[in-house]
Write a protein that binds this ligand. Structure first.
Ligand SMILES: Cc1cc2nc3c(=O)[nH]c(=O)nc-3n(C[C@H](O)[C@H](O)[C@H](O)COP(=O)(O)O)c2cc1C
Length: 336
């Protein structure tokens, strides 16, 4: 049974994480979760020459949304057409990234103060695609930090047909110049404001994001919003998706060794010598957290495996033969 509300469980777009391989791995764990690509800036798509692999490719890991960064309606619209041709289910606009690069390109969180431009972008994109357009943003930026402003933003943007907003439940601090990593922990999270927004917009889907790392708490949030979006918790423990699916999507507990075997087969089928094997294996490094020697093993999965003569054999041994893995399911309960 596929879930009727694809947004009740979402995995946040994360640069360096939610690439084609991680999404494949996550899809083995959850057939329900709505997945998102890493953010890709419009120019990177329109002048796609430098990327090591094509960030648009995907493994039919639907439902999957593609996240775009940009402020030029015409370029965004061109990209949307390309994205649709690749088989994505949704175009998600990034209106939440606080990085200096995003600010200098006038995309990400700084567009929160320019809702008319965002609405124009949505209008142009929708001329070129039938895909739904959704918005990922924050509760505010700098001194635009009240619910009235957030509602004005939603009113203006939803007037162009946006029906889904993913809200990272804290504001972006742009003027203070803190880096994006810090701006994911400060200022304090404010779930209550997201609940209030949902109450004000019964016909718009409001998805709550920010510091959700406990399946039972995720379920509690679902009493007040249409969906939860998890980011870092999934990178730390991808199997949390199965735990939440059990609670909200009537799923059974998945056999974790079987999933690893399938992912290993995928690596076997797709890895070739001019690729970095760590592009596949870095997503497994989290599984070693909390074990003796785990720092070394994680470094091995993220870097050193590339220098092995026969990396696949080494990987197979590490995953399926080392003592570490012999206790099967028990391994994962220790993941933090
Ligand atoms: C490594 C990393 C990369 C991220 N990249 C993106 C991105 O490309 N687009 C985006 O909208 N948010 C990005 N984010 C923010 C997450 O989508 C999410 O909003 C944030 O981490 C808060 O959710 P969490 O507390 O569940 O991690 C990133 C977060 C992390 C940790």
């Amino acid at each position: 049974m596929l879930n009727k509300n694809p947004y009740n469980l979402c995995v946040a777009p994360m640069m360096g994480h939610t690439d084609i391989h991680f999404r494949y791995f996550l899809r083995l764990i959850s057939k329900h979760a709505m997945l998102y690509s890493e953010m890709v800036a419009v120019n990177a798509i329109l002048h796609n020459k430098t990327s090591r692999y094509n960030k648009l490719e995907h493994n039919r890991d639907n439902p999957v949304g593609f996240q775009l960064g940009g402020d030029d309606p015409r370029k965004l619209s061109e990209c949307a057409k390309i994205i649709e041709s690749y088989g994505y289910d949704e175009i998600n606009l990034n209106i939440g990234c606080p990085s200096k690069r995003a600010q200098s390109g006038n995309f990400g969180a700084c567009l929160f103060s320019q809702p008319e431009i965002v609405a124009k972008c949505v209008e142009e994109i929708s001329k070129n695609t039938v895909l739904p357009i959704t918005i990922k943003t924050r509760l505010g930026i700098d001194n635009l930090n009240d619910i009235k402003y957030l509602k004005d933003f939603i009113n203006i943007v939803s007037s162009q047909g946006v029906e889904v907003f993913h809200l990272h439940a804290r504001i972006a601090l742009l003027k203070k110049g803190i880096n994006p990593k810090h701006n994911r922990s400060i200022p304090e999270i404010n779930y209550e404001r997201v609940y209030k927004v949902k109450r004000a917009y019964p016909d718009i889907k409001i998805i709550l994001n920010g510091e959700i790392n406990d399946p039972n708490i995720a379920v509690k949030h679902l009493q007040y919003v249409d969906g939860v979006m998890l980011g870092r918790a999934v990178c730390n423990n991808p199997f949390i998706l199965n735990e939440i699916d059990i609670l909200i999507n009537s799923e059974q507990q998945k056999n974790r060794n079987e999933i690893l075997e399938k992912y290993f087969s995928y690596i076997n089928a797709n890895y070739c010598k001019d690729m970095k094997i760590t592009d596949f294996t870095k997503h497994l490094a989290c599984l070693f957290k909390g074990y003796i020697g785990s720092k070394h093993t994680r470094a091995y999965m993220c870097h050193e495996l590339n220098y092995e003569k026969e990396p696949l054999k080494k990987l197979e041994k590490l995953l399926f033969e080392e003592d570490l893995w012999k206790d099967g399911q028990g391994l994962y309960s220790k993941v933090v």
